[in-house]
Design a protein around this ligand. Structure first.
Ligand code: ADP
Ligand code: MG
Length: 230
């Protein structure tokens, strides 16, 4: 537990710093992007250089965007939330990406699954990251199964893919920043997931086998985050 505490301390300091810096980087980035685009339309030659510059800028932008999500939540606004609804929204957000890579998304929700107390926007972010990773683990297509169920005083949401899997020695270190195996990855998605789930007194469990696939299960308490005023 001491190790876990230190890890989350470091995350929150980093989070505050990151949010400030990220915000300041966004503005000049946007203006550079605008001018580059303008120049691109006037360029007669070297068009591919503009293309590269724009896509590199987009990459910086997505890293900065993920960093901003680390911002300490101004107010943790816990509300009673229907995760089935939230997941349906997440699925429709990533539908296009799934279709483009030939991935089918299956979702089933056990009928006794209760609403839980959580910060719905943050949990949505966790689910988006999880589903995105599952889709990206299957570049040649496949299926993702999302399952929602109650277990004791928790609700468990699991994302099961049949993708590349994760090496055993890597599983323990997932959630550390900048570990990515993707050409366009940031290695920040899981770090944010861990931070959010920890803030909810939840847990992320990982089960994975190389070339067989991975299951990420997010355990969230049902009542524990209910505000005292309720
Ligand atoms: P990113 O997606 O930008 O690479 P993440 O923090 O979301 O960053 O994930 C970090 C790394 O963990 C990924 O690059 C990948 O190697 C591994 N990973 C995460 N989810 C999965 C998954 N479902 N299947 C296989 N590998 C995964
Ligand atoms: Mg990711």
């Amino acid at each position: 537990t001491e190790e876990m505490l230190r890890k989350s301390d470091k995350l929150s300091v980093l989070g505050q710093l990151a949010a400030g810096v990220a915000h300041e980087i966004r503005n000049p980035l946007t203006s550079i992007r605008g001018f580059l685009q303008l120049l691109q339309t006037k360029a007669n030659e070297n068009e591919e250089y503009y293309h590269i510059m724009l896509s590199e800028l987009d990459r910086i932008n997505s890293i900065v965007g993920e960093f901003m999500l680390l911002a300490k939540p101004q107010a943790m606004n816990f509300t009673k939330t229907d995760l089935r609804q939230l997941l349906n929204q997440v699925i429709s957000i990533l539908d296009t990406q799934a279709i483009m890579t030939n991935v089918q998304i299956h979702f089933d929700c056990e009928s006794n699954t209760p609403e839980i107390w959580c910060v719905d926007n943050q949990i949505k972010q966790v689910f988006i990251n999880m589903l995105k990773n599952a889709i990206e683990a299957m570049p040649t297509g496949g299926s993702v199964h999302i399952h929602l169920k109650k277990q004791g005083d928790h609700v468990i949401t699991s994302f099961k893919d049949h993708g590349c899997g994760i090496p055993e020695e890597r599983i323990a270190t997932l959630g550390e920043p900048f570990y990515t195996t993707k050409e366009k990855g940031t290695g920040l998605g899981l770090m944010i997931c861990y931070k959010i789930v920890e803030n909810h007194y939840g847990k992320i469990l990982i089960d994975s086998k190389i070339d067989e696939g991975s299951t990420f299960s997010i355990m969230l308490p049902i009542e524990k985050n209910k505000p005292a005023s309720e």
